[in-house]
Design a protein around this ligand. Structure first.
Ligand SMILES: Nc1nc2c(ncn2[C@@H]2O[C@H](COP(=O)(O)OP(=O)(O)OP(=O)(O)O)[C@@H](O)[C@H]2O)c(=O)[nH]1
Ligand SMILES: [Mg+2]
Length: 438
């Protein structure tokens, strides 16, 4: 049987489709002399998207298949035929997926249908018809398609429930979830029954809210004891927490002292828990010791909201849920973990940087020059001339001269290499001589 592994994080490598190359072609038809250029444009490469979808609960699929791609655009053809666009790829993630790039949050897909453009497909290269002008009626060059974006993202699932359940193992968290929702988590009389979070929808007096049950935590969970405290991130963004207490305590821990033990673990995990309402609920009210423990805890935590319930016998739940539906509407929308803000899209980087790599090798880095070089088809002399003209316009040629470049030196841009030719890079006459391309 295939094991259902729960992943709540994934590192993925995303590659959008490349744009199709433009085409260089001339109309050749009987009785039509000088038919003119008719090379069509290449198609755009497909984009890669992440889309939140209810019903998906883990990032397992992406964690196991982390290479995500979209199709490339087709090349343009003669007779002004445009290449077909590459198909977009949509990868579905659970609601509550936080997406980070270089440690910075770039998207928080909260509800069903929320979409994030993860990598943009490359633009299709233009065919020679697109370059036809009054001054150049028969352009003998075309563009390569632009490369699709490549990115690395860290995805993390942080469930978005209204109410989160926490407490020592065996307190009855899963029993409570199954008593009031359609969820059927595993329940058993031993600790660590629950190994992955469970979600359920509670309907109470015409209101509905989402409840999350997570594995139990124990003292020193932050040091990795028990199942550790990693699952706490799934109740980090809940509006209210219900801390369930077993009147018989857990292991050697007394139930009254245990309250502080669990809450310390919460606070150690994140400051966010300090500002969240935590309701105390003494469970297993049907057991003889429950009433007594309830009184003791009420005395110790006089200012807190405390309930006595029995999840298994469905006792006291009405009162608890009455209180929850009363306060829920006034609790603000939970923010991204640790109050991080979604990073604004960085402005497209223009400009370039020149570095002398060796005695006669100059390396140019910069998004714009690299993209221009990549989109130039070096087998077309006119295309190379156009590239040099654009490099002149953006000041690259001037900057290289200022840097002291000499006749015969090599210039590296992206994966292309040129030999510098003074006569061809002068302001009046602009010609690079192509040395070789990789
Ligand atoms: N007597 C009594 N037993 C209960 C009550 N609620 C839960 N239990 C029992 O407590 C045991 C643990 O219940 P679970 O719901 O699995 O506890 P949990 O907190 O989810 O435990 P972990 O998943 O291990 O963290 C089970 O045997 C339940 O039947 C209750 O109200 N009364
Ligand atoms: Mg459980």
């Amino acid at each position: 049987m295939k094991e259902n592994i729960f992943f709540d994080r994934a590192k993925v490598y995303v590659k959008a489709g490349d744009g199709g190359n433009g085409c260089m072609s001339f109309r050749r038809e009987k009785y039509i002399p000088f038919g003119g250029p008719d090379g069509g444009n290449g198609g755009k490469g497909g984009d890669v998207y992440f889309k939140a979808k209810t019903g998906i609960n883990t990032l397992s699929e992406l964690a196991c298949h982390p290479h995500l791609k979209a199709k490339s655009g087709e090349h343009g053809q003669g007779s002004n035929l445009y290449g077909r666009k590459g198909e977009d790829s949509i990868y579905y993630v659970p609601c509550g997926t936080i997406i980070r790039e270089n440690g910075k949050v770039v998207a928080d897909l909260k509800k069903d249908g929320d979409t994030f453009l993860a990598a943009k497909g490359g633009r299709g290269g233009r065919g020679n018809l697109a370059f036809k002008t009054q001054f150049n009626t028969a352009p003998k060059f075309c563009e390569n398609g632009e490369k699709g974006e490549e990115k690395v993202y860290h995805l993390e699932l942080s469930l978005l429930a209204d109410v989160g359940l926490c407490g020592f193992p065996n307190a009855g968290k899963s029993t409570l979830l199954s008593a009031c929702t359609m969820a059927r988590p595993k329940i058993a009389d031993y600790p660590f029954t629950t190994l992955t979070p469970n979600l359920g929808v509670v309907s109470h007096k015409g209101y509905t809210f989402l409840m999350a049950d997570i594995p139990g935590i124990i003292e020193d969970a932050h040091k990795g004891k028990g199942l550790g405290h990693n699952f706490l991130k799934h109740i980090l963004r809940t509006k209210i927490i219900i801390h369930l207490i077993d009147p018989y305590g857990f292991s050697q821990t007394d139930p009254v002292k245990g309250v502080a033990v669990i809450e310390n673990e919460l606070k150690r995990f994140s400051k966010v828990f300090e500002n969240k309402e935590i309701i105390l609920a003494v469970n297993k009210a049907d057991l003889p010791e429950a009433e007594n423990i309830f009184k003791k805890i009420k005395k110790k935590y006089a200012k807190r909201k405390i309930f006595l319930i029995s999840a298994a016998a469905n006792k006291g739940l009405d009162k608890l849920f009455d209180y929850i539906i009363k306060v829920l509407p006034s609790v603000p929308e939970p923010q991204i973990a640790d109050t991080e803000q979604i990073g604004k899209e960085e402005k497209k980087k223009t400009g370039f940087f020149i570095e002398k790599k060796a005695e006669n090798i100059y390396e140019v880095t910069g998004e714009e020059p690299a993209k221009l070089a990549q989109m130039t088809n070096f087998s077309h002399e006119e295309g190379v001339r156009r590239l040099i003209n654009i490099y002149k316009k953006i000041g690259l040629i001037k900057a290289l001269k200022k840097y002291g470049i000499n006749q015969g030196d090599m210039v590296r841009v992206s994966d292309k290499e040129f030999e510098w030719d003074d006569t061809q890079t002068s302001e009046s006459k602009s010609r690079f001589r192509k040395k070789r391309k990789k």
